[in-house]
Ligand binder design. Structure first.
Ligand code: FAD
Length: 311
């Protein structure tokens, strides 16, 4: 990071250089995560796609660290906050264009999966029903290869537009992204997803909508949607289900501070009452240890743990 980094000075510098962009100083990340947990980002910004390239170039030149997030639905952010700049793709980078003839959808990274799935349904395009209840953005869904109910992003993506650190935008075919269960090559690179093209198929509008409704209903029945969470806390260990291992270890409802293994679905940790990241991390460590002692299987986090003093 550049030697003279003072967040206030850098914030002023950013405002001067990018007068059309709104930067927030010491922005609480609990406002931007579905877990409702997380200390302040030094600087927080929601740029449009066109503002992104000069911004990244400037951050690189200034050697100030940054992280790109989407809807914050798979994040556990440190109580000590995040150093540098948090860039969130939100409403200003969420365009969706549909070509009904070719069944192709082009989306910007900030578009929400639910919006894209609903637009596809309205256009009578099938293939994205699985994603309708995943509360993430396209960027986060590509990065995580999000999936549910037998589908995953890998099945529908054809290309992804990636902004590289040198400011170049590359169109990368899906087979170069190494997408597998909750994994992508992006996890080992600094590439930023700015958009994607999805290939769906023509289908029956009523059937597509019925499938979406059915999946939503299943989620309401099975998932603790009345408490803040980041979805499944742990990945599925090969040959097992994390939730079942946790349940069979007697940990349903296990609580640390304000964090709890959901009573409804043991695969979820929920923020029961003002949980801190430290509560969740202690709970996750203890759960892993108890499950390991009982079954000899380690649980690895699916949630991305970010920020100061957590790694
Ligand atoms: C109630 C609930 C249910 C859920 N159910 C599911 C489910 O069924 N299946 C499933 O797979 N997930 C599920 N999730 C988890 C989560 O919604 C997904 O992982 C989703 O894809 C995350 O998208 P996001 O935009 O919120 O990403 P974030 O949480 O903001 O970020 C996740 C990761 O992606 C990176 N990232 C985000 N955007 C970009 C970008 N533009 N470029 C580069 N990197 C980026 C971030 O740095 C971070 O490492 C659930 C979560 C909740 C709260």
């Amino acid at each position: 990071m550049h030697n003279s980094f003072s967040k206030k000075d850098f914030y002023n510098e950013l405002q001067e250089r990018f007068p059309e962009v709104e930067f927030l100083l010491d922005e609480p990340m609990k406002k931007h995560t579905t877990f409702r947990i997380g200390g302040p980002a030094d600087i927080y910004v929601e740029p449009s796609i066109s503002q992104m390239v000069p911004l990244i170039t400037f951050l690189k030149e200034s050697s100030v660290p940054y992280i790109v997030i989407g809807n914050g639905s798979n994040l556990l952010v440190s109580d000590d906050g995040i150093e540098g700049v948090v860039i969130s793709f939100g409403k200003s980078a969420a365009e969706i264009s549909i070509n009904q003839d070719t069944a192709e959808i082009t989306v910007e990274a900030g578009a929400m999966l639910s919006s894209v799935a609903n637009r596809a349904a309205d256009a009578g395009l099938t293939g994205l029903e699985f994603a309708s209840g995943i509360p993430g953005s396209i960027g986060g869904a590509v990065y995580m290869n999000a999936g549910a109910y037998g589908g995953e992003m890998k099945d529908v993506i054809t290309t992804v537009q990636i902004l590289r650190e040198d400011g170049q935008i590359e169109t990368v075919p899906v087979d170069k992204l190494d997408l597998s269960y909750r994994h992508s090559a992006l996890m080992n690179s600094s590439g930023i997803v700015i958009g994607a093209t999805l290939q769906l198929a023509k289908g029956n509008k009523d059937e597509i909508k019925a499938t979406i409704d059915d999946i939503r209903q299943k989620r309401i029945e099975k998932q603790p949607l009345n408490f803040p969470s980041a979805g499944s806390t742990f990945k599925r260990p090969e040959g097992y289900f994390a939730g079942k291992l946790i349940d069979d270890s007697g940990l349903r409802g296990y609580t640390v501070g304000g964090a709890q293994v959901s009573e409804k679905h043991c695969g979820f940790v929920v923020n029961k009452s003002d949980a801190t990241a430290s509560d969740v991390l202690t709970l996750m460590k203890n759960v892993d240890q108890i499950v390991y002692e009982k079954f000899g299987v380690h649980l690895t986090p699916e949630v991305r743990i970010i920020g100061r003093n957590v790694n």
